[in-house]
Design a binder for this molecule. Structure first.
Ligand code: ASP
Length: 329
């Protein structure tokens, strides 16, 4: 049994300013991250697989309105939600992903079924939904993913006629007090905001897994797909090296094949997890203005959570230890 079992998660990166974060909002984020980490930790403590731990963590993050995945996902240019998710098993290199789904309540569960019950790796749109339906997964109306805060953010993006990356401080703040939306004032700069959720884990059997899920970017064109559901870009796991989940400007992470690059650097350059991840996030991505971050774990239980933005919602939990969560640099 591997005593280094650990889970790490993220809930998006961006210009997270301490000055614009109310004490209660900050407490809310820490509490949400802690609850998810504790759930993942329980799966690992019970001898569950890394795959089970990351599935459960991402499912919970999808259900939490604070983050841009599942309920609380951003809006497309058509005022709808299109969701992407991927999961990978480091033990076998099996992977599953879905993109552009509109009615699957938990996209990560659909990705997991693709991994386990299909000969394919990635399904899109109608085909993905047909597969999920055949698997008996829960369906919801697209409006289930609505939140007032994201709606206002979308309105602002439309006025400015541009896609926006996830959270927007001004719009989310202005809606914080309205109706039943639990999304608090979110302190992320309008032009520098990334969402997405993800998890990586090492289980007690020594296996790795990674999972990532997102609503994409606000006001994105219908049909746009980012890095999240692309194996190697937004998600990667290989027991021989590491498990990685990313968040940030998806197009840049795709062009850099960011998640795989961390694993490849470890394999080919024989550098540590920390050095490989640091190089991708701090050196390579910035060359093409790739803002964001990642969480990663290796087969020895080393964890790294680098980001090149001002903050990233993040945390990790080792067995028998209290979860550690953080927001700012
Ligand atoms: N990487 C995600 C995407 O481009 C967005 C994000 O991380 O916020 O779809």
């Amino acid at each position: 049994m591997n005593s280094n079992a650990v889970i790490a998660i993220h809930g998006g990166a961006g210009t997270i300013l301490r000055t614009s974060m109310s004490a209660s909002a900050e407490t809310g984020y820490h509490a949400a991250l802690n609850a998810v980490l504790s759930a993942g930790q329980r799966v690992l403590a019970d001898g569950g697989s890394a795959l089970d731990a990351v599935s459960e963590a991402v499912r919970l993050l999808e259900d939490c309105a604070l983050f841009n995945a599942g309920h609380g996902a951003v809006y497309t240019a058509a005022g709808t939600h299109e969701l992407d998710a991927a999961i990978m098993d480091g033990r076998t290199l099996d992977a599953g992903a879905i993109c552009c789904v509109k009615r699957v309540r938990n996209p990560i569960l659909a990705a997991r079924r693709v991994l386990e019950r299909s000969d394919h790796v990635l399904f899109t749109g109608d085909g993905a939904e047909a597969f999920a339906a055949a698997q008996g997964l829960e369906f919801v109306d697209n409006g289930y993913f609505d939140t007032d805060a994201r709606y206002r953010q979308w309105q602002l993006a439309r006025e400015q006629q541009r896609p926006m990356l996830d959270h927007d401080a001004a719009t989310l703040a202005s809606t914080a007090s309205s109706n039943d939306d639990p999304t608090p004032h979110e302190p992320i700069d309008p032009n520098r905001k990334f969402g997405t959720v993800g998890a990586v884990a090492l289980d007690r059997h020594g296996h790795l897994a990674a999972a990532t899920s997102t609503g994409g970017v606000t006001n994105k064109q219908v049909g746009r797909v980012g890095d999240t559901p692309l194996i190697g870009a937004g998600c990667y796991a290989d027991d021989a090296t590491c498990a990685v989940s990313t968040t940030g400007a998806g197009e840049m992470f795709m062009r850099m094949v960011a998640a795989y690059d961390v694993a490849a650097q470890m394999a080919y350059r024989q550098v540590s997890l920390e050095e490989a991840a640091h190089d991708v996030v701090m050196n390579r991505l910035p060359k093409i203005d790739g803002r964001g971050g990642l969480v990663a774990v290796d087969a020895r239980g080393n964890v790294t959570l680098p980001f090149n933005t001002e903050g990233m919602y993040r945390g990790f939990a080792r067995l028998g230890e209290a979860p550690v969560t953080a927001i700012y640099r």
